[in-house]
Design a protein around this ligand. Sequence first.
Ligand code: NAD
Length: 349
Amino acid sequence: MGEVTVVVLPGDGIGPEVIAQARRAVDAVAPAAGLSITWREELMGGCSIDAHGTALTDEVLAACKSADAVLLGAVGGPKWDTTDPDKPRPEQGLLGLRAGLGLFANLRPVKPLEALYDASPLRRDRIAGTDLLVVRELTGGIYFGKRGREGDMAYDTCAYSREEIARVAEVAFRAAAGRRGKVTSVDKANVLESSRLWREVVTELGASHPDIELEHILVDNAAMQLVSRPSDFDVIVTENMFGDILSDEAAMITGSIGMLPSASLGSGTAGLYEPVHGSAPDIAGKGWANPMATVLSAAMMLRHSFGAEEAAAKLEHAVETALAQGALGRDLGGQMGTQEISDRLLALL
Ligand code: NAD
């Protein structure tokens, strides 16, 4: 893809620690892929509140909009925790980015590596062979609907349009085409009207993807199936709140939050890439953060935004090999720190 600009938002807590290592890893594989990356570092989250009084400035949002991709660490921490609705909060930066960049699909791959099977709370025979992708709708549904209070009552509204459902479902069908060819759509169509529209639209779209197997399951059943037969899933597509919950449940199959990457995509190739974990204030500054989730997020960036499949696979393979050779962080019951894990990855790359 040639010359590209990536805005990096290290954020707070362990964010800057893991981002620095992901940049090192990407810089090690980019030249061979013909990529010349200009990194542009900006403030977002608590650090931006300290500097500018807001979690995301207009200038930073504009920089992200004109970039080819955005790589994010994590935001938040006790310093900025507040229940005062008038005070700025770090996660407002995340919501502002998703809305501003039109990122309506969140992709979270879950593929436990053999070296980590014993770190999973599930039995080895249950998780063996699991390789699934959760595609979560990110900008609609109950988190964005009308809400309010009336007297002693409070309400939140879940609304979806045909277009909102179709565009995220299309992402899921396309992803399945490059994988095992199966989409599981999760809804609550026996109760919710928005779910009945969801099922209707996904079924219609499925007809234009005859090579993809499509199944519909109810969200309560999905929650059970995810822990009883995770290896049967390929691509799971679902609305915002169900996806929020199911993707965290699916994440635990791998046994460590320090291993999970994510991508948030809109209609173009620009996207936002970030580890699933937060800013881990409990270990920030100690040099213990596992950088692998951020390295794997950077691999997703190379693949989805820059089409650099081989470079992405090199990063993923390095992570897999390092783990198999025992490069385990404290989150995985090992002793290795951030720098040591990163050095091991660089040596393999
Ligand atoms: P967290 O993911 O930050 O931490 C949960 C636990 O996992 C902690 O014990 C932490 O030490 C550990 N952990 C997380 N990432 C790790 C890594 N890479 N290596 C080793 N251990 C790791 O979740 P939390 O404690 O609920 O939240 C802490 C802060 O992060 C809060 O302010 C929260 O709002 C914020 N947060 C931000 C994001 C984001 O930026 N996208 C996501 C979740 C939470």
